[in-house]
Design a binder for this molecule. Structure first.
Ligand SMILES: C[S@@+](CC[C@H](N)C(=O)[O-])C[C@H]1O[C@@H](n2cnc3c(N)ncnc32)[C@H](O)[C@@H]1O
Length: 271
């Protein structure tokens, strides 16, 4: 009679909660595996995998995402745009940066890491002319590792909705592909002096149709006012991920821009 081999004992999945309140899923009894290296995390019942630790992410960021972004044609075109249009503009004063909706760099798409590389490069360019004291990030999808990474780079991470009330007329808002409702909330608080974000025209024409009529009207007015107060250029194409698609860079018009416009409006009126 042949004896059936016993299957190897399965290590059971266990949930443990770490000191920061995050729940990790590990195999085996609690304490037998270093939860920090399993890369499986539960937040509000949803699991999100990350293969990174702080050190491995920063290594990947410095050796991969940052150099690819800095060597891209997109960054070269953007740098020229800053040198020609934005840095010389006398009406632009920037004292803080608010980043909304970056997405998780460690458990989301690669776009978020390229966006972070782009944001850092823009901050470096702006640093030639502006003293930017606060750099604040807000995205409800950030996990504990994203927080740690951003804080290790010297930035502040806040919980939603705290970042909205920080916006003012000397803010650089970086919010590529932020959902329409949150974008409108941000622009309703203040008109950022400089922003990178979705073309609001697209929201007005497309995505807004999915919102309630009252919200739609309010948002349309907010976006309309924003477009009236700013000049814009489309973000140059980036070949690695679609983060620049349907995205523009906006900066507030100077009085000169506005008086030029009113002369044209006056001429049209008299025709
Ligand atoms: C369409 S994704 C864009 C992600 C990334 N920026 C990109 O271009 O791929 C929109 C992001 O907005 C974030 N978001 C949702 N509510 C938010 C809020 N109240 N404040 C900031 N970000 C928010 C979402 O979690 C998500 O990461």
């Amino acid at each position: 009679m042949t004896r059936r081999k016993k299957p190897p004992p399965q290590r059971k999945l266990q949930q443990i909660t770490d000191s920061s309140g995050w729940t990790h899923v590990i195999k085996g009894p609690p304490g037998t595996v270093n939860a920090g290296t399993t890369g499986i995390r539960l937040e509000d019942g949803k699991s999100t995998g990350t293969k990174y630790t702080l050190e491995t992410y920063l290594d990947r960021f410095r050796k991969h995402y940052a150099p690819i972004w800095q060597g891209s044609d997109c960054f070269k075109s953007l740098s020229r745009m800053f040198e020609q249009d934005i840095l010389p503009a006398e009406n632009i004063l920037i004292t803080q940066c608010v980043c909304l909706g970056l997405g998780s760099m460690t458990a989301g798409s690669e776009s978020s890491s390229y966006e972070l590389a782009a944001l850092i490069s823009i901050l470096e360019m702006l640093g030639k002319e502006h003293h930017i004291q606060d750099i604040v990030f807000q995205d409800p999808v950030f996990n504990a590792l994203d927080h740690t990474i951003l804080e290790s780079l010297g930035y502040t991470v806040v919980q939603s909705p705290d970042a909205f009330s920080k916006l003012n007329g000397t803010t650089f808002l970086f919010a590529p592909h932020l959902e329409c409702f949150h974008y409108a909330t941000a622009l309703e608080t203040a008109t950022p002096v400089l922003s990178v974000g979705s073309d609001p025209q697209m929201y007005v024409e497309g995505l807004l149709s999915s919102l309630a009529e009252s919200t739609k009207k309010g948002s349309r007015q907010i976006f309309h006012d924003f477009l009236g107060k700013t000049r814009s250029r489309p973000m140059p194409d980036f070949d690695r991920t679609p983060w620049c698609e349907s995205t523009c860079i906006y900066w507030v018009k100077s009085e000169k821009d506005d008086s030029g416009k009113s002369k044209i409006e006056e001429a049209v009126r008299l025709m």
